[in-house]
Design a protein around this ligand. Sequence first.
Ligand code: ZN
Length: 348
Amino acid sequence: MNTIPKYYKTNLQDIENTIKSVKKANVTTLCNSAGGRPVYMLCYGEQNKFCRTANLSSALGGKDKSCFVNKSQPDYKPTLLLVGCIHGGEFEGTAALLNLVNILETGCDFAGNSFADLKDLTDKINLLIISCLNPDGRSHVPFDSFVGKTFYDLRMFNQGTWKDGTLCGWPECKKIHPIKDYVDYLGGYFNDDGVNLMHDDFFGKKASETQALFDVCEQYVPDFTVLLHGGSNCKNHIIGPAYAPLEIKQRVADFEQFLKLNCEAEGLSLYTPNVNFDYGESKNPPVSFNLPSALTQLCGEPCVTYECNQGLTDAPGEKGYSYSEIYKHHFCLFKSLIEFLEHKNEKN
Ligand SMILES: [Zn+2]
């Protein structure tokens, strides 16, 4: 019998309950999803003042990034944006984010463990938390954990089924977009309009969830943005933003090495694919220009995907991680991000 630990909260009601408990953050409803569900953001800290006179393209055209964002002010505080559940069947990050919120509010996670050092660390940055960007997709998955579930369960509920009842599967589930009118079961990947937010029409009319995330990145210019995904039974890793300037790829690689050391110090392992700066752009066909690529171009700072092992019983790849491994990996990631940003800010 696979019992879900009490701290592992991932469903929409858990999110509502956590949002209602918040007293120390500014709570914003960024938008309503295609299915009419609220997308919340919590802001711990203050928004920096940028004295903006141009968008990023124009500022770079004028050879002066500070026209878009001036980060050299003495009271500047780095901003970190953490986003969970972009794909509705990948809520390992949501579990960690809701606990992080409880730590910031009470000093303890939902299991009652104190994280005093993390709470002190977060005072040094502005922290933006979107625990679930895709509440529609989350509502398409009728349980609270994939730990101990099968690879079939993941594909069934995350990617859905075609009209004949067969699994959509990857990569076929990306070959029709929006997918809504072609499926019998609409999986967690998609909002209620059948849009996979990772591959939205970034240069055209976007889903409200995607547009809301664009607006946050343009408004706050986070120094680092992480989209938290579940990657079946992968070894945990970061996927850097394709088509990004080399300077940003270098920063992603620097952070990846920093995170690897921190993981190893805690007995966790990390796969590090970003040492090579070709993220697939030179392949035929080339790697897709996806949501992190778009956000990186929009704000000129790194936006990455983080893939976490989901603890399945039988999926290809690694052994399925336990609840505590999934949890520890996320907290190591959060702590490393804050330390990395703080260190970078001190150097400026
Ligand atoms: Zn995903």
